[in-house]
Design a protein. Sequence first.
Length: 141
Amino acid sequence: MRRGFSLLEVMISLSLLGFLAYMASTSFLNLAPKYRLQKAVWEINSHLNFLRYKALFEGVKTRMKFYSTGYAMEIYDEMEKKWKLEEKHFLEGVRLRSNNNPCFHPRGTVSGLASIFIFNSWGRYKITLALSGRVKIAKLN
């Protein structure tokens, strides 16, 4: 009576297992741009709302300044009459384009209405800011 597997059976099983692992890893790697894009949209949306509420509750002007690879959150210093950097964020795997840098006022309104485009190889999103400060997200084809 023979026990165990032959060398040929083991090699065939390992090669099939390796091929399946390769196929699974490439499909997961192809999803990375999708999740980076969704993360960037969520992050910008939440920080826009954060700046709006910070302006309302603390009574200071705030703004978000956009760059091609990220954005900065700034607060206006009334004493020095200039914008001061609060935080700067880099977004990996996506690009940004904006027509304006929105400024939130203590009344809750926004000046510098903005359309922000976030894109990569997976797709494109557009975030628009209304005069009332409302943030709207739309997926573009």
